[in-house]
Design a protein around this ligand. Structure first.
Ligand code: IMP
Ligand code: MG
Length: 369
């Protein structure tokens, strides 16, 4: 992912795919034109890379020239095309091929046709590396198209966002969602995970998705996914990951304008972590960090025994049960610690101290993501 000015972009078309598309355009055009010496006309600024790579591959003699037009402001095409540099040579009787980086609304192309109306060229062909069919509003024929793309703003390979990005050798596509901070929160029993989740929610305006709560909600409200999950639970079977993922997806979609999510209770396995990565990717987002509160076992045992005295929770009263729960926790978390560590996304946070001290430690991790 890259950031240009205020916007985020994700990888979309590789340099290799671009190269292959250019090679196809060269083949088609050189076959069609035969031994004619064409004049390739690039439309500046965006087309400098296409023109350069195209003519390097062109197998026969050709001429190259440029005209300079400008229509884009920010990420929107405007009707008002400025003619900054026009034709500087006589092209009458010549075979002309316009080489465009991208055709979007077609406004620029309309201006190109106006420029050539009185030029008396022999033929005028239009070639473009990228074409957004959903955005195109004109009737001019496009003779050669490299790659059709959806109607989303792209940068790279000559294309810019307010001046930046032209130099990038591959193409990036704008991200639909704003930048989110998505955390997977872990902590052994007694570490104060619930308290810290509340704090993170408030401070960073995150939505807390506790898998346990999501399950209970779906089952209680008898949603289709809840009923499906229950059918496995009633048989004493594990609920398949896909059902959990579908429930989480529904939660993510319900909160489409959240600044991010805290996942709590999920993932538990490598497969689930991968499924969660896929889900976030489909939302143009990602898991930024696994944050795990780290508290020494003896401190946890002490805390839980103390809590057991007042809460009356049976599983907090027995030391061997407590130790067992802690061991279980580390067994399960180790897998995920490895998973996120290899992506440099694991952050252990010292969970011993006052609530305030721990929130300060958590904030410094998140502020540096
Ligand atoms: P049109 O006039 O709407 O067809 O747009 C053509 C011009 O707008 C191109 O030559 C580019 O300079 C610019 N443009 C269109 N779409 C994009 C895009 O997705 N990214 C960057 N520039 C674009
Ligand atoms: Mg252009």
């Amino acid at each position: 992912m890259i950031k240009l000015h205020d916007k985020y972009f994700k990888p979309f078309i590789s340099a290799k795919e671009i190269d292959a598309a250019i090679a196809r355009l060269v083949d088609e055009i050189s076959n069609d034109l035969g031994d004619e010496i064409p004049v390739f006309v690039g439309i500046l600024n965006g087309s400098f890379m296409v023109v350069s790579d195209f003519v390097k591959k062109y197998p026969k003699p050709c001429e190259v020239t440029f005209i300079k037009l400008a229509s884009y402001e920010g990420v929107k095409s405007t009707e008002d095309i400025q003619r900054l540099i026009g034709l500087t040579q006589d092209l009458s009787g010549r075979t002309v091929v316009i080489l465009e980086d991208i055709i979007d609304s077609g406004n620029t192309l309309a201006e190109v046709h106006r420029i050539f109306k009185n030029e008396n060229v022999k033929t005028l062909k239009i070639a473009t590396l990228f074409y957004k069919p959903e955005a195109y509003k004109k009737d001019f024929k496009l003779h050669y198209v490299g790659i059709e793309i959806p109607n989303k703003f792209i940068v790279g390979y000559g294309l810019d966002y307010d001046g930046l990005g032209r130099d990038i050798p591959e193409v990036y596509q704008i991200k639909e969602t704003q930048h989110m901070t998505n955390l997977v929160l872990f902590g052994p029993p007694g570490a104060g995970k619930g308290t810290q989740a509340e704090f993170l929610k408030e401070k960073y305006q995150l939505v807390h998705i506790s898998t346990g709560d999501v399950f209970r909600f779906n089952i209680k409200n008898e949603t289709a996914l809840g009923m499906l999950a229950k059918s496995y639970m009633d048989k004493g079977e594990l609920v398949p990951d896909q059902i959990t993922i579908d429930m989480l997806e529904a939660e993510v979609e319900k909160n489409a304008d959240a600044h991010g999510f805290i996942f709590d209770g999920f993932p538990r396995t490598d497969a689930q972590a991968e499924a969660l990565d896929k889900l976030m990717d489909s939302k143009d987002s990602q898991i930024n960090a696994m944050v795990a509160l780290e508290v020494d076992d003896e401190v946890l045992v002490e805390r839980l025994l103390k809590r057991g005295k007042t809460s009356g929770r049976a599983d907090d009263a027995d030391e061997s049960i407590i130790r067992n729960r802690i061991t279980e926790y580390y067994k399960k978390t180790a897998i995920l610690k490895d998973y996120y560590s290899t992506q440099n996304k694991y952050f252990g946070v010292d969970g011993v101290g006052s609530i305030g001290e721990i929130t300060v430690r958590l904030s410094s991790v998140i502020d540096n993501l």
